[in-house]
Design a protein around this ligand. Structure first.
Ligand code: NCD
Ligand code: ZN
Length: 344
């Protein structure tokens, strides 16, 4: 098999940043995706109808006039998010979801939520209006080991949210553990999960053995191989609850190669090829379309895309670095050979 065609994929979790970065990130997002959920963790964060509109407009300035690529905007929840704020954005058709970052969990999450109980009214209205909740599922308690933060979040908080808001649609973003796979799989139809290419292709040995590789550092952090294997199994299972979310999150090279480097991997340079690599390794290329192009749309209640894309077997080397405004990016799998190439 040297060529495969699949329904055009969507990315249910991505970071485009703002200002000059959009010159790089918007074309990269459009490369193989029809729709992309755009995360709101800018500085300052995107917390209101007004700021969402402004951010969406600035993104759309970089979309060519003949393109129908669609950014799906998400509102950043804080301790001060009000019901009115959600209603206003919802009534104007501006939000596709609301993002919950525990304060301090990841890049630009300082304004995130410090007290989950304070969000009861917000979750209530989201459940009522059918607005999905995208969750960064990690506790920030400094006494909890970084490799356990996702599991403890599920046990301490997510089970509670699920219990109290049974029909709130929840997406546990960028899952990294076997525990998360099982939690999502064993739960009801209102919860699903996204999986990134880095968590399918790499584990913590790739990041840490024989030298530290800062370009593989992202949050939630890569775990051991047994967790990687559980994620591969989930992604390639065809199960409806697991779908594509790259978490493509660019940072300038110098900010990652630093004494205190930023978390985030940029993957939009080769998103579908990276997933194809992981699926081929697992002998499951025939499941790629469900994961990349069908399950997410179904969960979010959208039509599948009508166009197709094709991948051809034509091994190529990922560039070691790319331009990023007046700095550089080191893309995910830089210098590695990928077997599949998007046919343009
Ligand atoms: C993301 C970023 O850089 O914005 N970083 C990451 O490591 N994944 C934020 C996030 O999704 O956690
Ligand atoms: Zn993210």
């Amino acid at each position: 098999m040297d060529r495969i065609s699949i329904i055009k994929p969507d990315d249910w979790h991505s970071h485009l940043r703002d200002k000059d970065a959009l010159e790089t990130t918007v074309p990269a997002a459009m490369r193989c995706f029809k729709r992309c959920i755009i995360m709101p963790n800018l500085s300052p964060p995107v917390t209101s109808a007004e700021s969402i509109k402004k951010y969406r407009d600035s993104i759309l300035k970089h979309r060519p006039s003949d393109s129908d690529w669609t950014p799906l905007m998400v509102m950043y929840l804080t301790d001060n998010t009000s019901i009115e704020c959600i209603r206003t954005a919802h009534n104007q058709g501006l939000i596709f979801g609301c993002k919950y970052y525990p304060a301090g969990a990841t890049t630009n999450s300082a304004s995130g939520v410090t007290d989950l109980n304070g969000l009861d009214a917000v979750f209530e209205i989201m459940q009522e209006l059918g607005i999905p909740l995208q969750i960064h599922g990690e506790v920030t308690d400094s006494s909890v080991d970084i490799f356990d933060r996702e599991k403890i979040f599920i046990d301490r908080h997510l089970t509670q949210i699920k219990h109290r808001f049974p029909e709130l649609r929840i997406i546990l973003e960028h899952i990294t553990t076997e525990h998360s796979v099982e939690f999502v799989r064993d739960n009801d139809k209102y919860i699903a999960a996204t999986i990134t290419p880095q968590h399918l292709l790499f584990n913590r040995n790739d990041m840490l053995a024989g030298g530290i590789r800062p370009h593989l550092f992202c949050l939630p952090i890569l775990k051991r191989d047994l967790h990687q294997n559980a994620l591969i199994k989930a992604a390639t299972s065809g199960e409806k609850k697991f779908f594509l979310g790259t978490d493509s999150a660019p940072h300038p090279r110098a900010n990652k190669e630093s004494a205190c480097g930023c978390a985030g991997c940029f993957s939009h340079h080769a998103a579908i090829e990276l997933y194809a690599q992981a699926f081929e390794r697992a002998g499951a290329l025939d499941q790629l379309e469900k994961f990349a192009s069908i399950n997410g749309a179904e969960f979010y209640g959208l039509e599948k895309n009508s166009e197709l894309i094709s991948l051809v077997r034509d091994p190529w080397q990922v560039p070691k670095q790319m331009d990023y405004g007046d700095s550089y990016l080191v893309p995910l799998a830089a210098g590695h050979t990928l077997n599949w190439r998007l046919e343009t």
